[in-house]
Design a protein around this ligand. Sequence first.
Ligand code: ATP
Length: 433
Amino acid sequence: MKDCLNKLPEEIKDLIYLISDIACKDNTAVYLVGGFVRDLILGVKNLDLDIVVEGDGIGFAQKLAVEFNVKLVSHKRFGTATIMARPHLKIDISSARKEYYPQPAHLPVVSAGALKDDLYRRDFTVNAMAISIGVKDFGRLIDFFGGRRDLLNKKIRILHNISFIDDPTRILRAVRFEKRYNFNIEPKTLKALKESVRKNMLCKVEPQRLRDELILILKELHPLDQIKRAWKLTGLDFISSRLSAFDKKTCCLLERVEKEISWFKNNYHHRRHLDDWLVYFMCLTSSLSIDDVRASCEKFVFRAGEEKRVLIYKKIRTKFIFSLSKEKIKPSKIFASLEPLSYEVILLLKAKYANKFFQKHIEDFLEIYNGARISISGHDLHALGAVPGPDYKKIFSRVLNAKLDGSVKTREEELELVKKLLRTRIHTDKKTD
Ligand code: ATP
């Protein structure tokens, strides 16, 4: 694999050679493993180095951290550590370990092991290869379980029959890798997967671990195939037992959601980060009642901001959709309706309701109104004699509404409006223009 390593971008290649030198001085056997090796063979870009050390992984990670002059985050219990060698280059370092599962679907008991033990505890053959970066055998591929052959034949294969019983999260991982690389889950693996589903093993896993794997699926570049496959294979009832079986309606909505997300990213990527995965999650759970969705969010321990966005979507009423589906609405009304919503909710609504006026109002909101600014500031209000406090907010809102609706255009007109409002104290009597 030396040739493949030498073809990597300079920055990563230099890093690997540097780690190799440090390992040599330290007399430590160090290997590249996991997804990095898989993607190297496939020729897919991967900037996350995964390193296994036969011996003290955290000790070796500390030496790397000193060499790169960066901080180290370590997890003593698992013998793992992470450093950001460069702002965009992450290195995960772990001690080679053995695992056994005292109870199905629970976390394994871990002890020190050799490289082969470490590779054997992994999910699939394609993720269970290593490349030595020792000076003597730099670039040697170590492939005990036929991972390279499976990569060439595009197969996802577990390493032993009870793999999905030991760790049912691998079911979601199998689907993710299968669809990401356009591979196939090979027949015996598929049979074992279905057996684990039949035994309801997914529901025995700690929900946060399932959440993490589900989010990884929803974060894939094109997650639709993964979602559909996972849904058909598992029923996704680990999200909620009330989730209906795979149906055409949600499937069509998912497709429209994917289009809207890519439309948004093409046009508004500079606005702010969009949690695409959350839009897909809201879509998947759209047939559930608000109480069931809340229960899922709580079970998965979503962050407060995530749960809030999901629940706001569930609270949207037909009246709201109806009022935004009319042809003629004042821009200030469109702004007032959409501004409190997150982009995730707005995109899902756009995917769901095809009414052409509704679509147009959302597009106008994103294109024009959402970025609209007024020219006056608190200094201006102060200079005009306004009393600092809640009135400021009301006045700003009145001026912005007037600007959105086109009744004021220039800074002078804005100031005139403020004077008028202060004279009549109209801003305290009426909410909007
Ligand atoms: P990605 O490209 O999505 O990051 P990855 O293979 O690097 O894929 P990670 O989740 O970062 O995925 O895991 C790193 C490695 O750890 C995997 O390649 C696999 O060998 C191993 N691994 C991760 N999760 C499991 C699991 N549940 N069971 C067994 N091995 C696992």
